[in-house]
Design a protein around this ligand. Structure first.
Ligand code: ITT
Length: 194
């Protein structure tokens, strides 16, 4: 659509861009990838700090409004791990799942939550708005399903008996940490920017 408000989505993760554009459908907002050379150093200590680092980098690089998502899985029995290190917990998505299931095996408590922090900045990298969305659930005993990405095959959201990877995309987006955060952010953008 020609008249969409275009916002750079500060990520190198194609799944995230796909999901946010699905969630934003009909809002008049379109998320586009950052210009070439986007390679931020995510050395923050919280999801919110890392989302700001990414948004600022992409905004300055592309001279555009930018939104970033920093997200991850926090497991109660593992004191919140892998948390902000979710993407770096091991070298591949499958190894990350295997490591999580192995590390959690001795525990009876399988409670966990997905967290998504989002920061919107202007083209100079100044913060405009920040939100956090969460999705509570539990880690499955074994992985199931192929939809989604990351830890979706082992995460069972509260109120369901299937993993996110077994759900259709529209159901994930309705209940996910990213869906919740983005809908709050879109509401803000509609009321304050568009
Ligand atoms: P960018 O930093 O470039 O955005 P990334 O994948 O490295 O891409 P993060 O640093 O925010 O992003 O790490 C998020 C990780 O947390 C992601 O790689 C997954 O392992 C996990 N994760 C986040 N959201 C998820 C979701 O909706 N489903 C499954 N896993 C998710």
């Amino acid at each position: 659509m020609e008249n969409n408000l275009k916002i750079v989505f500060a990520t190198g993760n194609a799944h995230k861009v796909h999901e946010v554009n699905e969630i934003a459908k009909g809002s008049g907002i379109e998320f586009i990838l950052p210009d070439e050379g986007f390679d931020p150093i995510e050395d923050g200590e919280t999801f919110i700090q890392n989302s700001y680092i990414k948004a600022k980098d992409a905004a300055i690089l592309s001279n555009n409004l930018s939104l970033a998502d920093d997200s991850g899985l926090c497991v109660e029995a593992l004191d919140g791990a892998p948390g902000i290190y979710s993407a770096r917990y091991d070298s591949t998505p499958q190894k990350r799942i295997d490591k999580l299931l192995t590390n959690l095996a001795p525990f009876g408590n399988r409670k966990a939550k997905f967290v998504c922090a989002m920061t919107l900045v202007d083209n100079k990298g100044e913060i405009i708005h920040q939100v956090v969305g969460e999705c509570k659930g539990a880690i499955a005993e074994k992985q199931s399903g192929t939809n989604g990405f990351g830890y979706d095959p082992v995460f069972i959201p509260e109120g369901y008996d299937i993993t996110i990877a077994q759900m259709p995309e529209n159901l994930k987006n309705k209940i996910s940490h990213r869906g919740k955060a983005l809908r709050m952010m879109i509401e803000f953008i509609k009321n304050n920017i568009m």
